[in-house]
Ligand binder design. Sequence first.
Ligand code: FAD
Length: 308
Amino acid sequence: MLRRTLMAASRSTGVRKAVETVPVSRRVVARFIAGTRTEDALHAARHLMAEGFAVSLDRLGENTRDRAGAEAARTACTDLLQALARTGLAARTEISVKLSALGQLLPRDGQRTALDNARAVCEAARAAGTTVTLDMEDHTTTDSTLAVARALREDFPDLGVVLQAALLRTEGDCRDLAGPGSRVRLCKGAYDEPASVAHRTRRETDLAYVRCLGILMAGRGYPMVATHDPRLIRITKTLALGHGRAPGAYEHQMLYGIRPEEQLRLAAAGETVRIYVPYGDDWYGYFMRRLAERPANLVFFLRALATR
Ligand code: FAD
């Protein structure tokens, strides 16, 4: 119930204005977001790499409603990639991109616009010596995002794509995408989806996650295991051993600021661990999804409000 309310709030312009204007928000938000400027993102990436992590940078932004906004998002990504190349960070830092930021939801030619913009981003990533992963948004965008991914993978076979275990369709998508060279990030799914398309309980989603991960581990691609869930992390090790995959033949991924001790523990144990680092001004949707995942975060937010 609370989760549903927070997810509804994440789409409300009124609540957005209220949260963004509360001065304390930025302090609380800093727990999950590396900063607002490109330099903040580069600083975080440098620091994480020094600790032994790989990184995926996400310049926050989603649901762009006009062509100029989509072009601005594309330019921000290509500028970031050039900065990664200049600073020598591209070797272990890729970028994550939301197609809705690149124009996917435009009323006319949205998918084509997102594809063209994403292609420009992939070209810039190749020039910088790194890769791109397409984030996955709510289920109304899944077909379109996978269609764009298929088109891009013809020219950029190292393109990563995200699948969400919560969706009923995802075991099939895992089978389709488990082929040689494919990079698939498996997550539980951060959106409040209807029962017609998604598992509605945590237990069902967790069981689906294990089945999906089994398919990816048995396949010939590169599974990117995006979860903080201790049980799923243990199961990952078992599945990897069972399928003869050493660390480096798959990777763990976690979000900036979430379970940092576990991130360090896994890296110290020799696992490849990539930290997803969001940055930028457009933090509202991302922040609300993190609140919705964990009621304790809401308490933290409210306590900070009360003590300001
Ligand atoms: P949970 O069962 O939610 O959490 C397990 C434990 O992790 C919790 O008990 C808690 O200790 C800790 N934890 C989890 N979330 C939080 C939090 N917000 N604050 C504090 N502690 C927390 N979702 C998408 O829909 N599309 C994407 O493209 C996408 N990309 C992602 C990329 C990465 C690298 C990661 C790690 C996640 C991504 N997600 C994405 C989010 C994902 O779908 C989940 O919503 C999120 O990871 C929480 O699920 P969990 O697997 O960690 O399990």
